[in-house]
Each structure stands twice: as C-alpha cells, then as structure tokens.
Design a protein around this ligand. Structure first.
Ligand code: C2O
Ligand code: CU
Ligand code: CU
Length: 544
C-alpha cells in the first residue's frame, strides 16, 4: 500500500470516529482464514470493524467524469481485498478494487473492460436500462487478454445498482470470487433525502454487501448446482463478524444480497432482546414512494433494500444486531430430485448425485449454516451521544403505476425436470429468444413456481418492473403482507429481481417502452447463480 492510499484508508476510518485501525483488518479475515464454524459472532474477540468503502481502495467511490478502465484480474495482498479476483482501476492517481460507480441521470459512462483472468468474461450492469451492446448479458464475451468497450447514458433514477460478470455457465464462479461492485445513482430525490436526514456516504450512509462463503474455492458439486452454493460464513463488505460504532442518530444502510444463492430474512434486534423495527425507504430501483416501518424483510440474491435505522433514542453502551432470522427455506424440490435420481438409477443410467442419493448437505442439512438458519450479521455498537433532530420524511419519491389496462399477460412457469431448472420447460440456448415483446407495449407476467420447487429470484435485464400481486403465497409471508394484493414491503417501488416461493404466483407489470429503436435482446433468469449458469434463463427480444 502506498502512503497515499494508506492515508486515504486512515482518513476513511477516521471519519467514522474509529481511531487508526491496524491494516490487518481485512487480511485478518482473508478468505483462507474466514471462520466457518461459528453460529454467531457475538463473541467480541472475533468481531472486526465493518469495512466501509472510502475515497479509494476496495469499493472506493468514483464519480465518473472521465473514461475508466476496469481490469478483471487476480488480486494480491496489496489490493486489500478478501476476494481472490477483482476489478482493478486506476483513476486520477488513485487505485481502486471493485470501485463504487457514483452516477447521475444523464451521465455518459465510458468503461473499457480489460480481461486479465483466464476465462472469458463480460460485465453486466445489473438494473441499468441500457441497450443490448452495453448490457453485457453474455451474448458477446471478452476472451482472456481482450477488451470490451462500454459507452452508454445513465437512464435510471436514484438507487443502488451493481455490476458483475455474465458469461453464461461461468457467472457464478466469477462473481463468487469477487468480480462485482456497486453503482449508486443520485438524483434530486436522493439529494433531498440526504439533506433532510444529514446523511453522508461512508459515514452515516453505508452499503452492506452480503455474501456467504465457504473456506474453499468455488467448486460446486451436482447438489450445489441444483440447490445453489451456500457458504458457512457471511461476509459483510468483506468483513466476517463485523461491528460498527454508531452515534445516537439515523443511519442509512443500503443492502445488497451478493450471495450466489442464499436468501436472508433481515431484521434488527437489541442484543439478546426484543425486535426493533427499521424503516424501508428503497428497493431495487431506488426510493419507494413513502417510507414504511418494517419488522423484517426477505432479501434474495441480487435484491437490494435501502433502510433507515433510528438510533436517536438508543443509550450509549447499547448494542443492536442486524440479523438473518430463521425461516423455512422451502426446498420442496427434494421429492422431485429424489424421484429423478431414482428413475435414473432404475434405468441403469449414472445417477446425477454421487452415490445415487440426494446430497442434503448442499442445501445446508448437516452444515453449520443451512439456508433459513438464524445468524447475526452486524453489530451496531452505540458509542456516542449526539444531538440529532431530523425526522424521516413521509414522502420520498413519485412513482407512477404502470398502466396495465391494455396489457397482455405472459405466463411463465418455473420448474425442475431432467436435472435442470427450467422456465416454461426450457433451458437457455444462446441466440434463442423464447420471450418476444413488442417495443412500446405493456405486458404483465404471471410467474408461477411449482409446489415441488424451491424459491427462485427472478431477474429481468434492461427494464424495471412493478409487482402487482402475489397469489397462494406460503404462510410464512403472511405476517409481512402490506396490502390486499398480498404484496410485501420489498415488492414496492421499482424492482428488477423478485423472489417467487414454491407454490406461489407473482404478477408483475413491465413497460417495454425503450429509447432504443433497434431490436434489443435481454435476459430473464433466476439470480440463484447456480440456477442461472445451469440454464434457468431465457432470452427476451424487444422489437417494434
Ligand atoms: Cu445480476 Cu443477469 O444479472
Ligand atoms: Cu441484470
Ligand atoms: Cu432458481
């Protein structure tokens, strides 16, 4: 680390009221030594300060006023990243790994991707409304040693978006190994909110990137591919067992679930005590219309929530805990998978899973952290009393409902057959676009998940959608309903990813108006990255 970078790092930490921390904070829990067996991080001796992105370095914030080169490459210790891969960037004399791109509507983004890893790759800007050439959906790849130039205009509203690789069949491994970063778009609503609450990025407004890990490298077996790759420990911004020193005021947390497959049921509680509500202010596509108190929220792979935590009444010395609570992971596909294995065995064909039996370990049975198990994620330690009088604004943004009067409805069924997760019985084929939408029309999609299935986090490129209703939802969602359409708080606003539970149908509205006159092709897929790589994805063609 150069002395400039070292100073930046110290400055970033100093601004948080944390005194100079040893630089080992990140490498201490480098993946090789990430704890994998603990159930909770409550033991203070294992706890580490949450890593917070500063003006350079890992997740450092960059305002994009000039072209940028992002080099996908293997990292070394000097990069201060707990991941083995990352996007290295040099910009105005500063070095970044996986920079946070801070953009405004109307900005022109010029980024050259340089592929310095050993496999083909391409970067997808998750949630951004761009054309096919800039979407990075995987139809064009940069071979090792090659470059790919992006050039697009920012057409999204304020929100937390992100970027990650999208080479079909290799997305999961590359994202897992650290090739991902955040995009913040700031518009007037955003500036108003920050001003009203005196929120300062990297001080009182903090991204929380959740990713569960195994101590070993990414090497999914057949069962992992079926259920999704789960890890025994959760890193938050790359930190295991993190804590954050806080003052008696409002904090904003912008949470991204960057896990390959794990869903979280996020909630807040007093250490060892009662549940504490938070306020939801945003979802995937930015601020929701009005702030909404919430007790908890499910967050599936690739989903984002923007929340406020009001600590103004907290006592110095108190600790609050952000946790994932227990839930039924509803891996009800086991019967189907077992039957398929049985059929394969009785046909004398080699079984899909080793030994011909279903590997329950993959969905977490027998592991230290099965899906749906509770876990502390982050401690908020109240250290300082400050005077703070701001109130959370009731109105945050204007969100016009998509007019669905003339919409045609497209049925989409999620299911498992012949060892593969499918959409409308199909798996992905490059070049095919089983979904064809007419540019300038509105469609509703009824996404139905079979009972013998598991939850799928369905994501559409290129367009944000609105969730209209949920039908036949599992009982565990009932306490989270916010309206007569059985929607959840996290269904409000603009979405690009929606979790569909077994037996459930979710109806969404999509407005296919686009500024791009030529035919465009996008992807619709499950964001459980093992499912995506396995072909639970369809091409979507939008044309006049
Ligand atoms: Cu974030 Cu096609 O995905
Ligand atoms: Cu996407
Ligand atoms: Cu899935």
């Amino acid at each position: 680390m150069t002395s400039t970078r070292r100073r930046d790092f110290i400055k970033a930490l100093g601004g948080l009221g944390l005194s100079a921390l040893p630089f080992r904070t990140l490498s201490d829990h480098h993946l090789g030594v990430a704890p994998t067996t603990q159930d909770f991080c409550g033991d203070d001796s294992r706890s580490r300060p949450l890593f917070i992105p500063g003006p350079a370095g890992l997740f450092g914030r960059i305002g994009l006023d000039a072209p940028l080169r992002m080099r996908a490459a293997a990292l070394n210790d000097a990069d201060r990243s707990p991941w083995p891969l990352g996007f290295s960037v040099e910009h105005k004399g500063r070095r970044y790994t996986n920079p946070t791109l801070v953009l405004r509507p109307g900005d022109r983004v010029r980024i050259e991707l340089e592929n310095a890893i050993n496999d083909p790759t391409i970067v997808h800007w998750h949630g951004l409304a761009v054309d096919t050439r800039n979407d990075g959906g995987g139809m064009t790849l940069a071979a090792p040693g090659e470059r790919y130039a992006y050039d697009f205009e920012v057409r999204n509203r304020s929100g937390l978006y992100w970027y990650h690789p999208h080479p079909h069949g290799m997305t999961a491994g590359q994202a897992y190994r650290g090739l991902f970063g955040l995009i913040e778009i700031e518009d007037d609503d955003e500036h108003r909110l920050r001003a009203a609450l005196d929120l300062v990025p990297a001080k009182t407004e903090i991204p929380l990137v959740l990713q569960d890990r195994r101590a070993s490298d990414y090497a999914p077996n057949d069962a992992d591919r079926t259920h999704g790759f789960l890890g025994g420990s959760v890193l938050v911004n790359g930190t295991a067992c993190p804590y954050l020193d806080v003052a008696t005021r409002i904090y904003r947390f912008r949470v991204l679930n960057a896990s390959n497959a794990r869903t979280y049921r996020l909630g807040l509680r007093a250490a060892g005590g009662e549940e504490i509500p938070f306020t939801l202010i945003g979802t995937d596509g930015g601020l929701i219309a009005s702030s909404l108190p919430c007790k908890e929220a499910f967050l599936a792979s690739a989903e984002r929530i923007d929340i406020l935590v009001d600590l103004s009444d907290a006592a110095v010395g108190e600790t609050l805990v952000l946790e994932t609570r227990a839930f039924d992971p509803m891996h009800t596909e086991m019967a189907v998978v077992a039957a398929a294995d049985h059929a394969a065995m009785t046909n004398g064909a080699p079984s899909r899973t080793s030994g011909g039996s279903v590997d329950h370990a993959a969905m977490g049975h027998g592991s230290t952290f099965p899906e749906g198990a509770p876990r502390e994620l982050l401690q908020l330690r109240v250290r300082e009393r400050v005077s703070y009088a701001a109130r959370i604004p009731a109105r945050l943004a204007a969100i016009a409902p998509i007019a669905v009067g003339d919409a045609t409805e497209r049925p989409l069924r999620l299911g498992f057959a012949k060892s593969r997760w499918r959409i409308n019985d199909r798996v992905f084929a490059m070049g095919e676009t089983p979904i064809e939408a007419k540019r300038g029309t509105v469609e509703t999609w009824l996404i139905r998940n079979y009972f013998n299935s598991m939850p799928h986090a369905m994501h559409l490129h290129g367009f944000h959608f609105q969730v209209l209703e949920r039908q036949t939802s599992p009982d565990q969602l009932a306490p989270l309903r916010v309206d007569a359409k059985s929607r959840l708080a996290t269904d409000l606003g603009w979405k690009d990813t929606v979790l569909v539970w077994p037996g459930e149908s979710v109806r969404i509205a999509i407005d296919f108006h686009t500024p791009f006159a030529d035919a465009q092709t996008y992807m619709f897929h499950c964001h459980n990255l093992e499912h995506e790589d396995g072909g639970m994805m369809l091409g979507v063609r939008v044309a006049a």
